[in-house]
Design a protein around this ligand. Sequence first.
Ligand code: CP
Ligand code: NVA
Length: 307
Amino acid sequence: MTKHITKITDLDKEEILKILSDAHQLNEQYICTGWNTEYFKNKTLAMIFEKPSLRTRVAFEVAANHLGGHAIYLTSTDILASGGNMQGRESIPDIAKNLENFTDVIMARVFSNETIETLAKNSKVPVINSLCDLHHPTQTLADLYTISHLYNGFPENLKVAYVGDGCNTVNSLFLACDILGINIEIATPVGYEMPEKIIKSAKNGNFKIENDPKLAVKNADIIYTDTWISMGLEKEFEKRLHDFQGYQVNKELLSHAKSSVHVMHCLPAHRGEEITDDVIDGKNSVVFAQAQARLPIAKALLKFLMS
Ligand code: CP
Ligand code: NVA
């Protein structure tokens, strides 16, 4: 059966740890030698983007190149209907049934999780979800890579705190913490909690969900945040700006965590909204190392799907 990665739970603990270890090796190999073993030689990655991207698009395109293959970036001027939505020019199953003949992996960043699931259902080649309304698994793998390098693995008493919107990024992080047994505490404003179906799918109970950011970050080793206004929600800008007051990751909030706390953000950051300049650029921030991790993870994922 074709292995798709439409959500982080498509991978088990062993597979996640293997991808993290391969990513580390591929990173070391590239730094030491300037090249990588060609695990994607003569292979092609189709990258469909209904929404913009800097890190995901560039990391996967460079990863395909370094591994001896090629990536094609498909956006609204190519296969999508006007407005950037996949549905419109032709059906999603038809897109999958065409791309599977030309390419070896399909990656897609879409508005709706249903689009990813439909692509996967109709594709004989692996489909990677590079962000939808519910999940952002490739980001989570880079987050885990970053955490495992900071703490030499995932120590039993490690505590991750997430402060902000109950969005795709934290949904995937939450599910990964559940798989790996990492403690996570999540504070969102009332009305912006993670979807019930995500919370209910956790198997281990090593999490706490609340509305008070100061409680969530108490004794935290990591504070993670993301934008308050995810792509596609721009119309809610004013309301969200109002509703998220008190959820900013700033110096005051950090004073409630361990002094050694590491601050993470998947980026793009909206400086002055969910995070302040002094925190994102300060000594506790690992945000840019986290972004750098997208490349080795992209390489390890392509290797994983080709093996
Ligand atoms: N974090 C992340 O996915 O970045 P992009 O939106 O730039 O790809
Ligand atoms: N939650 C954000 C993540 C961006 C990488 C969004 O969906 O826009």
